[in-house]
Design a protein around this ligand. Structure first.
Ligand SMILES: [Fe+2]
Ligand SMILES: [Fe+2]
Length: 328
């Protein structure tokens, strides 16, 4: 998963001439493709933008385990169960790398967790939708992890070193996630009529939420420009959405499934697909915490946090004891 570009910073992008010497040097390093590291000077806005983006990304990985975790005990075979278990564990790992990357910017993991559990922090809108059938596990891997790859591959070149480096490993694992999802879809589509209908139903329900993962259209996404100047973002939301559609339509054709968009048509002139508009009202509503499973997702995270309290306390007590032994 990744962070959606949903809030405007409202700050206009400054030119080099308008910057003080420190900020100018910082921007010149970014323009030259150098990485910014945790101990380097950085503008407060850069730090804040990254904390918001990386923590939203981390929360999305963690909450993103829930729709699929729902199916681990009901996977149709031992192999499918082992694969799904490994995939969901990967997502937990992604969350942990990303919380660590955010911590290098001067926030603590407890603070970030508190923001999530209180409902103040956002996570990707896609995880507020329910996983109703086994085919949804196929659709999530194929479409949701597919969209995540589209977003995260350019993030490997992010100007902030710890974030970009975390993305390298994350992207390798996302490719496996996408393949396992597509493999589930392929198996269902080569199966009985009922199985194929299940796959079509999953595509019908996940297609539009997957397109919304890229965030609102560029003209409604004001802070893209500053994030691009800072080398945090490399492509606009619409560019990535277009790439995703162009990549995914032939994959749906191969499955023999129909993408639920009457406006979808190949445009020979632009050598890309034209496609319909997402329901942005629904998107903003989900982002506000009103998605079909928003309440359930946060409740699950709150319960997990409360259930783990004894373990965190044990770890802290052990660390303190070890330090005392070391000091003595
Ligand atoms: Fe992930
Ligand atoms: Fe994934």
């Amino acid at each position: 998963m990744y962070a959606q570009n949903i809030k405007s910073t409202g700050a206009p992008v400054k030119s080099l001439d308008e910057m003080g010497p420190r900020e100018r040097r910082f921007q010149e390093r970014i323009n030259a493709g150098e990485k910014i590291e945790p101990k380097d000077w950085m503008p407060e806005g850069y730090r804040k933008t990254l904390i918001r983006q990386i923590s939203q990304h981390a929360h999305s990985e963690i909450v993103g385990q829930l729709p699929e975790g729902n199916w681990i005990t009901r996977a149709p075979s031992l192999d499918r169960k082992a694969i799904l278990l490994a995939k969901v564990q990967d997502e937990a790992g992604h969350g942990l790398y990303l919380y660590c990357a955010a911590e290098t910017l001067g926030v603590t993991r407890d603070e970030l967790t508190e923001e999530l559990l209180s409902g103040r922090a956002k996570y990707s809108s896609i995880f507020a939708y329910p996983s109703l059938s086994w085919a949804d596990i196929g659709a999530i891997g194929w479409l949701v992890d597919g969209a995540a790859i589209m977003n995260q591959v350019p993030l490997q070149r992010c100007s902030y070193g710890p974030y970009g480096r975390a993305m390298v490993r994350v992207c390798k694992e996302e490719s496996f996630h996408q393949r396992q999802g597509y493999d589930i879809m392929l198996t269902l589509c080569r199966g009985s009529e009922e199985q194929k209908a299940m796959a079509q139903d999953a595509l019908d329900r996940w297609w539009w939420p997957a397109l919304m993962m890229f965030g609102p259209p560029d003209d409604a996404s004001v802070h893209s420009a500053q994030s691009m100047a800072w080398g945090i973002k490399q492509n606009t939301n619409d560019e990535l959405r277009q790439k995703f559609v162009d990549q995914t339509v032939p994959q749906a054709d191969l499955l023999g499934l129909k993408i639920p968009d009457e406006a979808l048509v190949w445009n020979e002139e632009k050598k890309a697909y034209d496609f319909g508009e997402c329901n942005w009202e629904e998107f903003f509503d989900v982002i506000k915490g009103n998605g079909p499973c928003s309440h359930e997702r946060l409740e699950a995270r709150r319960k997990a946090w409360a259930d783990g309290a004894w373990f965190r306390e044990g770890l802290a007590a052990h660390a303190e004891k070890a330090q005392q032994t070391f000091a003595a």
